[in-house]
Design a protein around this ligand. Structure first.
Ligand code: ACO
Length: 173
């Protein structure tokens, strides 16, 4: 598939929300942009499966989920890095903006589902995804940006400028 420009795609949110300085630091063969309604065909689920078990729902159900996310404006920001030569996705990540009643009707950014193609790891794509999502969170006015990760990923997030704070709790099995 030839590389498709942002203005020819049906995007989850406007491209301008992704900070320019993050865009400009990517290798010229790569492009960072919002998730598009046609990204099922660019291997979106293949990259997510680097992170965890992915059950393919089929393209129609994938698009219905995309549309449901877009119907909640200023809430779901999923981004992808695309290899321009193949027009395939090589990295993904999401920030979910949670609205609150406290802190003067404040918002919290939750970073979720970060994954980089195994063949592309170690080339700072994960870092660029985190920088872009953190920028979106800050530009959305969030008073904090948080994420959960395994112990083995702590060094990666520290390299991205994050620090360990508080604990995660989950129901005992
Ligand atoms: N341990 C130590 N250092 C690491 C690790 C690690 N596991 N991963 C990356 N780093 C370092 C890199 O060496 C680099 O350091 P440098 O600046 O000194 O060169 C820095 O962190 C940035 O690394 P990137 O090249 O940007 O990392 P990459 O593109 O490989 O992405 C990621 C990292 C996302 C963890 C990738 O390895 C991956 O997809 N792993 C499998 C899925 C996963 O675990 N995702 C995160 C789940 S947590 C969540 O989603 C909120």
């Amino acid at each position: 598939m030839p590389f498709t420009l942002d203005n020819q795609l049906d995007l989850l949110f406007p491209s301008e929300y992704i900070p320019e300085d993050v865009k400009s630091q990517l290798h010229p063969d790569l492009h960072i942009r919002p998730l598009a309604s046609s990204d099922y065909r660019r291997g979106h689920l293949d990259i997510l499966s680097v992170l965890t078990v992915v059950t393919d729902p089929g393209e129609d159900a994938w698009i219905a989920q995309f549309n449901a996310m877009r119907a909640a404006p200023k809430t779901y920001y999923s981004i992808v890095i695309v290899d321009k030569k193949s027009d395939r996705i090589v990295a993904v990540g999401t920030i979910f903006i949670e609205r609150k009643f406290l802190r003067g009707l404040g918002s919290v950014g939750h970073i979720e589902d970060i994954a980089v193609d195994k063949n592309q790891q170690g080339k700072k794509l994960g870092l660029r995804i985190i920088q872009a999502l953190t920028g979106i969170s800050e530009n959305s006015g969030c008073y904090k940006t948080i994420l959960n990760c395994s112990d083995s990923n702590i060094p990666f997030y520290q390299k991205c400028g994050y620090e360990k704070k508080e604990n995660e709790m989950t129901p005992r099995l």
